[in-house]
Design a protein around this ligand. Structure first.
Ligand code: ZN
Length: 227
């Protein structure tokens, strides 16, 4: 066996790690924009709800004003006819209540409209931030994408070049997501990571004959001396 295959194994492993980092960075960049977009969406929904509420209140206000007008006319008619004082005073009570209610609605409408206007200001600022962040994120994403394409291309070549047994063992070991990566070395007759004791024969097959072997205990791939 040639030590070169082990260099290729190491290269595949480091490219795979780079690829994972790129993808992580990519999703972080995308999150920056999507967080702001979510806030915009929330604010737009809140504004739409407020506008609906204002419309409903305006409708109720119109109803109250109609009743107020009606009560005022009835009261005037009674007074013109020299009608019953109690009835007149009842109408006056009604009028007072309608006026109070109308004022209450007006205040609520004003508050909601102020809130709508606050949302508008906030949205304008947010819109500007989104544009700024997007102009930062876009070139970053393009850079990441082209790097990932290069890595994928290189990985594909390397995997095709590898002998089948190397390919199979690498895929199997990488899938285990071992801490500190899929490789180990013989260190004073033992696996460097898990201290599994190797035989003299194993040791010579790994370091001298450059054979492909994995640790029976931690299943990491042995890199031979010089790789
Ligand atoms: Zn081991």
């Amino acid at each position: 066996m040639s030590v070169d295959w082990f260099f290729k194994l190491k290269e595949i492993d480091s490219l795979t790690k780079m690829r994972i980092n790129h993808l992580k960075n990519k999703s972080e960049q995308e999150d920056r924009v999507s967080k702001l977009n979510n806030r915009r969406q929330d604010t737009l929904m809140q504004t739409a709800k407020l506008r609906q509420d204002v419309m409903a209140l305006n409708h109720e206000l119109a109803e109250v004003e109609k009743k107020l007008k009606n009560a005022s006319e009835q009261k005037q008619r009674l007074m013109d006819m020299g009608g019953d004082e109690t009835k007149i005073s009842n109408y006056q009570n009604e009028i007072n209540q309608y006026e109070e209610k109308g004022l209450e609605f007006l205040t609520q409408i004003e508050e909601m409209e102020a809130e709508v206007s606050d949302h508008k200001t906030f949205l304008a600022g947010l819109e500007k931030s989104i544009q700024e962040i997007e102009s930062e994120v876009q070139p970053e994403l393009e850079k990441i994408n082209s790097e990932v394409i290069n890595i994928d291309f290189r990985l594909k070549l390397l995997m095709e070049e590898l002998p089948a047994d190397f390919r199979t063992i690498l895929l199997k070991t990488t899938a285990k997501n071992l801490a500190h990566g899929p490789f180990t070395r013989v260190d004073q007759g033992s696996c460097y990571f898990c201290r599994y004791k190797m035989s003299r024969l194993d040791e010579s097959e790994i370091d001298i004959q450059k054979n492909l072997k994995t640790c029976p205990q931690c299943s990491r791939i042995f890199l031979p001396y010089g790789a």
